[in-house]
Design a protein around this ligand. Structure first.
Ligand SMILES: [Zn+2]
Length: 469
């Protein structure tokens, strides 16, 4: 790092929980509804209304905390964070300031573990729209949506490690099935804080960058801050404590406001909500029901099924594809299991709608060369829309692979029909063979194996070369 400065980075991540209803009322918790249609007097903050805690939100927070190796508090409570903003009709946000539900966890990244200081429950605010010139519009649908805020210690040493942390965190949230973590829909939002110092010297003044909505922007914002703070310190300036925002257009951060301190919010325990008391038995039950996390599954896919790192990584992009692979590969030999992984990774969004036994059958048919990969992919996307027996369909619709003598005949025909390509190939332009392969694929309607066809065609052409030469 320039002039011996090293960055010290901490992240605060807001994850919106995918419970059916909001955290303190029974309004539906859903993204994308007509503005202001999912609201009631409680989440609108009307005087005289009382919040009632959603048990599912507690369960989701505990699941997430346990998956991050956190301690779960037997007793926690809710507090009021007082501030005025148009998207917060109550004038305060209900959060857990004094007693978070979970604390002291950690998450592994390739550059080392990142410790998690706390994970607490809170409610979301509404959403402001500034796209009209004459007015700001407010949608209160998001008011009272359940959030967990996950706060790390300043253990992160680079923008790329911050990106790895977020990627690992998304995986854990998805596999716990507590959130869809869609950054473009705001179900995962990042605040980053960063300071610079020299090794052995005290920590520098930290700057917070608020509301970052993509991992790429987070990395850019942190890189920009490293540059800005280095320049500032080098020229004898001082970094001031402040909140900044990242401008996607300029790639720079700019000041938003000076940071509020805890005193500014006048936190106090919310008198409307009782303490959250969790028994060891309840926590133990949730711990026992935790699914395997993506890193562990990935390692198993590589060691048990001999998958490549890339194929295994792609399967654990979502718990649905990972589960589908586990179920469909269960009875298959290693070669067919690898083919099942390739099929799922070719069409992950569609594959998850296919029954595991159908996928197994497709992989077996591929393994025994009954069908080609392109036919298997076509059948897979049909199976996503409606269920049928792929083996029968392949037979009925003559989709079975063209092999042996039949394929040889097709190859011979194609060579005969492509004198230019043959001449080019014999003249040294080896890629010319692909035109002949294309002709075979066309004549077979995708039922020939392109690699086999290529081998056959090369054999035939080279024989022609020998007789001519
Ligand atoms: Zn409501």
């Amino acid at each position: 790092m320039k002039n011996g400065y090293v960055p010290v980075i901490g992240l605060e991540t807001h994850v919106e929980l995918s419970t059916k209803t909001k955290i303190f009322c029974s309004c539906e918790n859903r993204f994308g509804a007509e503005p202001n249609t999912l609201c009631c007097p409680v989440c609108m903050g009307m005087p005289g209304t009382l919040p009632e805690l959603n048990e599912k939100a507690v369960e989701y927070a505990v699941r997430a905390g346990l998956a991050l190796g956190c301690k779960v508090a037997n007793v926690s409570g809710f507090d009021r964070k007082n501030y005025f903003y148009p998207d917060l009709p109550k004038g305060y946000q209900i959060t857990q300031h004094f007693t978070p539900i979970c604390s002291e966890g950690s998450l592994e990244t390739p550059d080392g573990a990142v410790r998690i200081a706390r994970l607490h429950l809170e409610e979301d605010a509404g959403k402001l729209f500034h796209d009209r010139e004459d007015a700001t519009l407010i949608d209160f649908n998001r008011c009272g949506a359940p959030l967990i805020e996950i706060v790390t210690y300043p253990d992160i040493k680079s923008p790329s490690q911050a990106a790895d942390y977020i990627s690992a965190l998304r995986g854990v949230m998805l596999f716990c099935r507590v959130s869809d973590v869609k950054m473009n829909e705001g179900s995962l939002r990042i605040d980053a804080n960063i300071s610079l110092h020299r090794h052995g010297e005290p920590l520098g003044t930290k700057v917070e960058i608020k509301n970052i909505n993509s991992v790429k922007y987070m990395e850019k914002a942190l890189e920009y801050e490293i540059w800005r703070q280095t320049e500032l310190l080098e020229s004898g300036g001082v970094v001031v404590t402040e909140t900044r925002r990242f401008d996607e257009k300029t790639g720079a951060t700019e000041p938003m406001r000076t940071k509020e301190s805890a005193e500014d919010y006048g936190y106090f325990p919310d008198p409307d909500l009782a303490a959250v008391i969790l028994s060891d038995e309840y926590i133990g039950r949730l711990r026992a029901s935790l699914p395997r996390m993506p890193e562990e599954l990935k390692a198993g896919f590589i060691s048990d099924f001999m998958l490549s790192d890339e194929a295994a990584s792609r399967l654990v992009d979502s718990p649905d594809t990972a589960e589908l692979f586990l179920k469909s590969a269960a009875g298959l030999d290693l070669a067919a299991a690898g083919l099942a992984a390739n099929l799922i990774n070719s069409y992950p969004a569609e594959a998850v709608f296919v029954r595991p036994e159908r996928l197994s059958r497709l992989a077996e048919m591929l393994g025994s060369e009954e069908i080609t990969f392109s036919v298997a992919k076509a059948l897979l996307s049909e199976l996503a829309a409606s269920d049928f027996d792929p083996a029968e369909a392949a037979k009925e619709r003559s989709l079975t692979a063209i092999r042996g003598e039949e394929l040889k005949e097709l190859a011979k025909e194609a060579v005969k029909g492509s004198p230019k390509a043959v001449k080019a190939y014999l003249g040294g332009k080896k890629t010319a063979v692909m035109a002949v392969v294309g002709a075979v694929m066309k004549a077979s309607g995708g039922r020939a194996d392109a690699e086999k066809a290529r081998e056959l065609i090369i054999g035939i052409i080279e024989k022609i070369g020998e007789t001519e030469g």
